[in-house]
Design a protein around this ligand. Structure first.
Ligand code: AP5
Length: 217
């Protein structure tokens, strides 16, 4: 299956992708994680991306399109992949579509997780992730077993540099202006599955995704 997880910042794309990994056995490709890795490794691409990410703006299309095209050409993507945070603009979606078309492939499903802005701000400012295994927690909604320590035991919990209220508001604005048009883009192609994630637990959202993708056993 070639799947896209679409939704505003904090909607739960990463949380759901980690649940789906076990069920689908296809790689999760998060452009946000790839860009943060490039920043941590102090590559030229990472240094360019950092300026945009710290300001809550989208990284230029040509940067992320190149990253994703390269990633989906790897052998572990031959039977499918799950894109988390890509595409985020119509030009990115068009570039993905033509890259897949060249190989006679297409996106099978786009899951939109929609959540109201006010709830998203609370989710993002309370998020903490494990520096070692990448597990995602929330100080209130999904707290770690022990304060500041991941269940994996190997990592301390960190807060992302762009998870402050001012940057979150800018990220939401970028979503509404540049990413929301993808809802119609994929609805027109008949692959959109829209899920209302407002005031729903991660488990409730996961059950809805399984239902929409007909993954129920
Ligand atoms: P990226 O890393 O992709 O961030 P994002 O899209 O802003 O999404 P988040 O990771 O913040 O949220 P999420 O939906 O994964 O939520 P999560 O599951 O963690 O991008 C960061 C930046 O990189 C962008 O701003 C941009 O600059 C750049 N970038 C990346 N891709 C790009 C692209 N394609 N083009 C251009 N630029 C790009 O959940 C959030 C919190 O809520 C967690 O604490 C979680 O525990 C909690 N939670 C989850 N579900 C629920 C629930 N149902 N109820 C209560 N709490 C919940």
């Amino acid at each position: 299956m070639k799947l896209i997880l679409l939704g505003p910042p904090g909607a739960g794309k990463g949380t759901q992708a980690k649940q789906l990994l076990g069920l689908l056995g296809i790689p999760q490709i998060s452009t946000g994680d790839m860009l943060r890795a490039a920043i941590a490794n102090e590559t030229a691409l990472g240094m360019e991306a950092k300026e945009y990410m710290d300001a809550g703006k989208l990284v230029p299309d040509e940067v992320v399109v190149g990253l994703v095209k390269d990633r989906i050409s790897k052998s572990d993507c031959s039977s499918g992949f799950m894109l988390d945070g890509f595409p985020r603009t119509v030009p990115q979606a068009e570039a993905l579509e033509s890259a897949l078309n060249e190989d006679g492939k297409k996106i099978d499903n786009v899951v939109l997780i929609d959540v109201e802005d006010d709830e998203l701000v609370g989710r993002i400012t309370g998020r903490r992730s494990c520096g070692a295994c990448g597990a995602i927690y929330h100080l209130i909604f999904s707290p770690p077993p022990k304060e500041d320590t991941c269940a994996c035991g190997a990592g301390g919990l960190i807060q992302r540099a762009d998870d402050n209220e001012e940057t979150v508001r800018q990220r939401l604005s970028a979503y509404h202006q540049q990413t929301a048009p993808l809802v119609d883009f994929y609805r027109d192609r008949g692959v959109l599955k829209a899920i209302d994630g407002t005031k729903k637990t991660p488990g409730e959202v996961f059950n809805k995704i399984k239902y929409e993708l007909q993954l129920e056993s």
